[in-house]
Design a protein around this ligand. Sequence first.
Ligand code: PRT
Ligand code: MG
Length: 219
Amino acid sequence: MITLALSKGRIFDDSLPLLRAAGVEVLDDPEKSRKLILATSRPDLRVVMVRASDVPTYVQHGGADLGVAGLDVLLEHAAAEGGDGLYRPLDLRIARCRMSVAAREDFDYAAAVRQGARIRVATKYTHCARQHFAAKGVHVDLIKLYGSMELAPLTGLADAIVDLVSTGSTLKANQLLEVERIMDISARLVVNPAALKLNREAMRGLIDAFEAAVGGSGA
Ligand code: PRT
Ligand code: MG
């Protein structure tokens, strides 16, 4: 049995067409069912539903053989673990967005950077943020948050945030401006190397089918 870890919401929704193109139908809808283990049309493949940030943990420790997770989640996980030993064979080109720095309209980010000021930055992505600002030689005090980053500059908790942006409407609704783009983000297929070794034929077949589905979708 091959176990694929997915998370509810955009990762699951955007993975479905790829699975379908790979000839796999998921037989339950996680939005309607409380089941955490979903059968598929392939008797040797099941899907487990976990929190987005738990996908790399499941795959790393063998609770799942492979999984789909955002590059943001993978980079933060790998940094926290000092490497995770996962194969990342494929950019699935789904759940795309960018990681950016945003600030209040009345905060002159460029001037603060130029003057070498210490900038207070709130974010869920502390490892990516630390690396980005260190590479630019910008002095920051990072404040770790788990959600609603947009609130931090509005309440005076921070001068700026590092968050994911797709349409930009969340920033706009909170009168924040995107002042710097850090990196493009998309979801990746991650694979447990031991699982690949043990079950090479079936796993390879599935990875190849994913690859063909990504290429074929023209995304
Ligand atoms: O919600 P939960 O805590 O369980 O986990 P999660 O928030 O990590 O999961 P989920 O399903 O929200 O996101 C899964 C993955 O989708 C992320 O890890 C990203 O790789 C990817 N993704 C793509 C996004 C977005 N686009 C996105 N827009 N993840 C989050 N957002 C959020 C963003 O943080 C901000 O709050 O959407 C808001 C901005 O969207 P716009 O369209 O208003 O710019
Ligand atoms: Mg979310």
